[in-house]
Design a protein around this ligand. Sequence first.
Ligand SMILES: [Fe+2]
Ligand SMILES: [Fe+2]
Length: 383
Amino acid sequence: MTITNDTSAEMRSNLEIVGREDLADLEAVFNVLGVEEENGIHTVENNCDAEFTWNYDKGERAGLDKLYEKSKKAQWNATTDLPWHLEVDQEKLAWENFTEDQAGFFSADLSGTVCEKWGPKEWVEMNIESQNWSLSQFMHGEQGALICTAKIVETVPWIDAKYYAAQQVADEARHVEVFSRYLDTKLSGHYPINAHLSMLLDDIIKDSEWDMTYLGMQIMVEGLALAAFGFTHQQTKEPLLKQLLRYVMADEARHVAFGVLSLQEYYQGLTTAELRYRQEFAFEAAVRMTDRLQQQEVWSRMGVPAKDAIHLLNQVPERKDFQVLLFSKIVPNCKKLGLLDAADGWLRTKFTEIGAIQFEHWEDTTMDADALAESSPVDRQLV
Ligand SMILES: [Fe+2]
Ligand SMILES: [Fe+2]
């Protein structure tokens, strides 16, 4: 395969080493562990040039201009626009989940595993840890978005995209802020970043091509995040979290639309080999995102060995359905970018193999942005 440059070739070989194409191979997922870092700082090499442009003309990209205007109107204040005064009883909510949801692991064969001896107390504790973990990963992912979008401001050669990306930087700072505050004041503990999510963010940031930041972050990470936020928003009965997620989702829909609008134009000028490289990157990113959903750090904190956790996870079909559902945003967006069928349909074949191609006709996220914006905090205040 022809690669666009040396750094990309090096990156691809890294992906082959750590990547995985078989979604059912959970042992490979659990074998990847996070690394403790000194001083809480994680450094990633940035191989992309910063680009000035002396062409300040607006109006060349009407879609981006429209999104930029929408974004300026839809800013909200994380401190004053959310009901932070509401008390959250995490344990009570976890007990309610436990009594209402007897499906999931209860239908699994627990014999021979550590969980065989678990009673309601342990399952409720697992539920609490799982929520702490999920919100922690949302927060870390948001910081990834903050850094990636700041990088796009530097590296994208179009002035209208720099303007929009700058708006998104402010959005992402707000998102990190709200998840961090929710974890600190309403939940009961933090988790470090999941190893698979961390590797994915590193790969996105290391790439030397400016459009790869968009593909990795705006299309893949934010596409999956939008589906995950939507799922959590639907499931939770906690009013503060529900409102917080609604606000964040209204912003995220614009972010994915930003990726689609920008890449649609750029990909029209790429060669088949260059598009194939991007297809492979998109697929590897999708696999990493599903790997992170196994919550390996929660099992470990609950004292469940990896082999027991894998035994349970393999028995619960709902978890696999949830993974596939996460593709509901990225498959239509990849299609709109022309990535599904470019290079002899390599990505279509891959999505078909993992059972996600069924989502290709779902609405793409440029339409979501309009629908979600109608209920954005600012619009709501004006009504
Ligand atoms: Fe975000
Ligand atoms: Fe975002």
